[in-house]
Design a protein. Structure first.
Length: 379
């Protein structure tokens, strides 16, 4: 029978991390991974953006956390989100690190339980300016724990889905790097490229702008046509759906290239079913089928990145039509474009297929997760 226990009771240790003093540069850029709370976004962690040295570890409250621990973000935008570290690492003080007693619980089951109870955990966070959790507060959280055998069967189902999601993401990362290399080979390092001119982006693509949508047309039942907002771009998971009788702007479809126009500018390949664009989100559509979408994507990617890195704004920087007016593309000969497209199109199409499968698998996992955790589906 399942039993209700405290989260801290199934851990050999519950601890936060620490930040080495930035006044000592010798504490950083070492061989020890150092995780920050903004990197905790549900899923497995194989690497960290920053590292510290042995001196940084010894001269701070940072602690080495063994692999296969469960890490929960306690502060800021990712508060309540969790992850599993697949490598030994250290963390900052905004992370609560649960070192699970493997004789009592499967660390993956604990992770999935926290994923399923994210809203509940987030609701326990306090703070006016930002939401905060405490290590003691997390340790005192109750968790429903079935037998280890049942835990293992639950995570084998959910884990197999997440493994496929992760595989598809890795494959898309590889395909993206191949696409970048091909673009560079044909249009950047190619000696003939010096002879080619540049044209306005408007000769290559149509810029489709989003439109404002009134909340009275929103459908909270997750039915109808999704509305893409800036917050949805990274996850590609819509949070708002619109009713049938509200049609504004132009529908985009899976495989279209879209980008945010406020703070979030990285272009992405949209992978879900047709959707509306909210204002401050735009799409780039090739004007002819002769133009490869991969060519268009790699054309705007560095220009958006340059704009993001050089634009000066007081708070949130914005992308305007005037900014897009400055975008250009390499006007290569048709035979070069055709040769590139013959190689690039299958790469791009496979990215779309992989991304769509990721979204379907996420939906399937999220349907199964609460039913498996609650015991409504017996395993």
């Amino acid at each position: 029978m399942p039993q209700t226990v405290l989260l801290g009771d199934i851990c050999t240790k519950v601890t936060s991390g620490g930040t080495p003093s930035t006044k000592h540069p010798e504490y950083y850029n070492g061989d020890i991974p150092w995780l920050r709370t903004q990197e905790v976004k549900f899923g497995n962690i194989y690497r960290t953006e920053k590292t510290i040295t042995d001196s940084g570890l010894k001269n701070s409250s940072a602690k080495l956390i063994p692999e296969n621990s469960v890490i929960i973000a306690m502060y800021g935008a990712t508060a309540g989100k969790s992850a599993i570290n697949k490598i030994p690492l250290t963390t900052n003080q905004a992370c609560c690190n649960l070192i699970i007693d493997h004789k009592k619980a499967d660390y993956r089951y604990v992770y999935y339980y926290l994923l399923n109870n994210y809203e509940k955990l987030l609701g326990a966070a306090t703070g006016a300016a930002q939401q905060n959790l405490g290590a003691k507060q997390i340790a005192s959280m109750q968790i429903i724990l079935p037998t280890l055998d049942t835990q293992n069967r639950i995570v084998s189902i959910l884990g197999s889905i997440d493994e496929k999601i992760e595989l598809n993401r890795k494959m898309n990362d590889t395909l993206e790097q191949i696409g970048k290399a091909l673009f560079r080979h044909y249009f950047i390092t190619n000696p003939e490229a010096e002879k080619w001119g540049k044209q306005s982006i408007y000769e290559l693509a149509e810029i489709v702008n989003g439109a404002p949508f009134s909340s009275k047309f929103f459908n909270e039942e997750c039915e109808g046509i999704p509305l893409i907002r800036i917050r949805d771009l990274k996850s590609q998971v819509p949070t708002i759906w619109t009713t049938e009788n509200h049609k504004k702007g132009r529908l985009i479809k899976a495989g279209d290239i879209i980008a945010g126009m406020d703070a979030e500018f990285k272009p992405i390949i949209w992978a879900r079913d047709p959707a509306w664009l909210n204002q401050r989100v735009c799409a780039f559509e090739p004007k002819t089928t002769f133009i490869s979408k991969l060519f268009l994507l790699e054309t705007i990617r560095p220009q958006l990145a340059f704009y993001e890195n050089t634009k000066i704004g007081t708070t949130v920087i914005h992308l305007s039509k005037t900014d897009i007016d400055r975008f250009t593309y390499i006007d290569a000969p048709k035979e070069i474009m055709a040769e590139f497209s013959s190689i690039a199109n299958p790469i791009y199409d496979q990215q779309v297929v992989n991304s769509r499968e990721i979204q379907y698998l996420i939906t399937l996992r999220d349907i199964l997760l609460p039913r498996l955790i609650s015991g409504k589906i017996k395993v």
